[in-house]
Ligand binder design. Structure first.
Ligand code: OXD
Ligand code: MN
Length: 595
């Protein structure tokens, strides 16, 4: 076996684990990634020459590539994502569980000699800013060069991580193989006790880039509980009011493929010329308490893995320029005329395309890019990133928001009256599923804090942990709930969304500053219609009233569903959360509408 590029100082633990994995998987070669530009170019050339990836137009899209996954491997597979512990109760009723020993044996069998004839890449990575006491090191061993080049964008990869490892000693171990892409033998296993991840028969990002959902959310959420912080499926957005020179940091949880990246990159329209908005993170936030009892957050990632489909001049004008260099596209269409990537929403339909599977596509055909097609692009080159994204101490959170896709009932925005009620608002999130989950139809499911697929332990304990965490926070952020997705009788979206959502963010800022009042309802505070700034927008106030209406009967029904979900946790469900629920339920049932 050949070993290449091995660094001089490698800890004994890392060295022996790599050796052990090599013994099991039997690669022809082990290559240690250093994260350098030269190495990146070599890996991309190898992928191009071996026809695994397509190099795009160098003039229009320098250093950009298109990768097509197998047609059966286009999204996260939640039913094959397992939490592997001694007892099922540790995983809880929302996770799929397998007994640790059984899962380990199964994975050992599947990984046996799986890398024969292939190269195993050793990919050390750092999650979080360099020098942050919250940063974590992981090492992924993978036989996919595509995974390695993605990780170089999404994490701080290579030597920088090994240096941090020399200081920290502890690291998360992750083993991945493309295997043979057999969907029946596809598994993403999490072994929290060993801080070990094993994933096989997939290359789709959320299943194979183990630094992301598996480490930065599932394993990190378990570590966070032990250490007293939170790992959340949240973007982190900076808003500056230039008029009074105040900064606001808003973290927000929305389910996958529900506009989280777009909101994290929102551009205030002309009506809001006093404001700028900058991105700290678009998908994951690690939240902790600061010295003065404030809530702080960092983005553990270093790049964006956003949904390409639908991204365009209207939905997210800011990102488009960034996608024109150093970006890997997955499952988008290809315009053969000039060898450029294309997806629905980017521009007018070209006459002819190759669709995401590589087949010829003509105008009028079904979707050319996959609905869960992705871009992987570095934060560094994003013009509207916040200067604070590399701050090791993170940023101070002024507000949090929860939400999801709901075609009815849920108002455009409402505010929790207290932080504890805010925990309930997050916990009772129910949202329509999207193309980010394999096999998903548009059905409403419980998705507390948008973490249903990402909490690595019993969610009853998770809710409890939120209350424990809240006790440490003396300067409590306001908590809001948003829903951009209400539909009218004809099935059309009522609120235009995207950039116009800034109007709602501005209302939140006014609430943070205490400059507007709000009206109390059983679920929390709703805005007075006149406090939502509609300047420069052609939107009927009556429609806005509809979006801010409190529907007593609808909410009574909603809370029945919420209760059914909460009941699943039995003993593990915190009393404090039942108390919040009971209070809200009583207020809803007792509510008598004015006149
Ligand atoms: C993602 C997801 O990729 O949530 O961010 O699926
Ligand atoms: Mn996500």
């Amino acid at each position: 076996m050949i070993e290449e590029n091995k660094p001089q100082h490698v800890s004994k633990e890392l060295e022996s684990w790599v050796e052990q994995t090599t013994g099991l998987t039997k690669p022809d070669k082990v290559y240690w990634c250093d994260g350098s530009e030269l190495e990146n170019r070599k890996l991309l050339s190898f992928l191009t020459e071996s026809k695994q990836i397509i190099k795009l137009n160098e003039k229009k899209y320098p250093n950009c590539y298109l990768y097509r996954t197998n047609e059966n491997d286009v999204a996260r597979v939640e039913d094959r994502t397992l939490i592997c512990t001694d007892s099922e109760v540790e995983a809880g009723p929302t996770n799929r569980w397998m007994k640790k020993e059984t899962a380990f044996r199964m994975m050992q069998d599947l990984f046996k000699e799986i890398m024969a004839g292939r190269t195993m890449y050793v990919v050390p990575y750092l999650l979080g800013p360099e020098g942050s006491s919250f940063s974590q090191v992981g090492v992924e061993l993978t036989d996919s060069a595509y995974v390695a080049v993605n990780m170089r964008i999404l994490t701080r990869m290579g030597d920088i991580a090994l240096q941090e490892l020399n200081r920290k000693k502890e690291f998360v171990k992750a083993i991945h193989s493309i295997g043979n892409l057999d969907p029946e033998k596809r598994y993403i296993c999490h072994f929290p006790d060993e801080r070990l991840l094993m994933s096989i028969n997939t290359v789709y990002g959320g299943n194979a880039i183990l630094s992301k959902k598996p480490h930065a959310l599932r394993i990190a959420s378990i570590i966070a509980r032990k250490e007293g912080w939170l790992a959340e499926h949240m973007f982190l957005l900076e808003i500056v009011n230039k008029e009074n020179d105040k900064n606001y940091y808003i973290s927000g949880a929305l389910p996958s493929a529900s506009g989280k990246t777009n909101l994290a990159m929102i551009q205030p329209s002309k009506a809001f010329k006093d404001f700028t908005a900058r991105t700290v993170g678009d998908d994951i936030s690690w939240l902790f308490s600061g010295k003065n009892g404030e809530m702080r957050g960092i983005n553990p990632e270093n790049g964006f893995f956003g949904v390409a489909y639908g991204t365009g001049p209207y939905s997210n004008p800011n990102i488009l320029e960034s996608l024109k260099k150093n970006t890997i596209f997955t499952n988008v269409a290809l315009n053969p005329k000039d060898n450029t990537p294309w997806w629905e929403g980017l521009s007018e339909f070209p006459e002819t395309l190759y669709d995401w599977t590589g087949k010829e596509w003509h105008k009028g055909g079904s979707s050319a890019a996959h609905m869960n097609s992705r871009f992987t692009t570095p934060i560094k080159q994003y013009r509207f990133k916040s200067d604070r994204y590399e701050d090791p101490d993170g940023v101070e959170i002024s507000a949090m928001l929860f939400g999801g896709r709901r075609s009815s009932l849920l108002p455009l925005v409402y505010e929790a009256q207290t932080f504890e009620q805010g925990i309930l608002v997050g916990a009772m999130t129910r949202a329509e599923t999207t193309a980010a989950q394999s096999g998903a139809a548009r059905v409403v499911r419980d998705d507390p804090m948008s973490m249903i697929a990402f909490c690595g332990y019993n969610m009853g304990d998770y809710f409890n942990h939120w209350f424990e965490f809240a006790e440490k926070i003396k300067k409590r952020p306001k908590v809001f709930n948003v829903n951009w997705f209400r539909k009218d009788e004809n099935g059309n979206y009522i609120w235009p969304g995207f950039g116009e959502n800034f109007r709602i963010l501005e209302w939140m800022i006014k609430r943070i500053d205490g400059t507007v009042k709000a009206k109390e309802f059983p679920i929390g505070f709703l805005p007075y219609v006149e406090d939502i700034n509609l300047n420069g927008m052609d939107f009927d106030v009556e429609r806005l009233k509809k979006l801010l209406y409190f529907d007593k009967d609808g909410w009574a029904g909603e809370l029945i569903k919420v209760k059914e979900f909460f009941d699943k946790f039995g003993e593990r469900f915190p009393k404090k959360l039942w108390d919040e629920f009971d209070k809200m339920n009583k207020r809803v049932l007792d509510y008598v509408p004015e006149n």
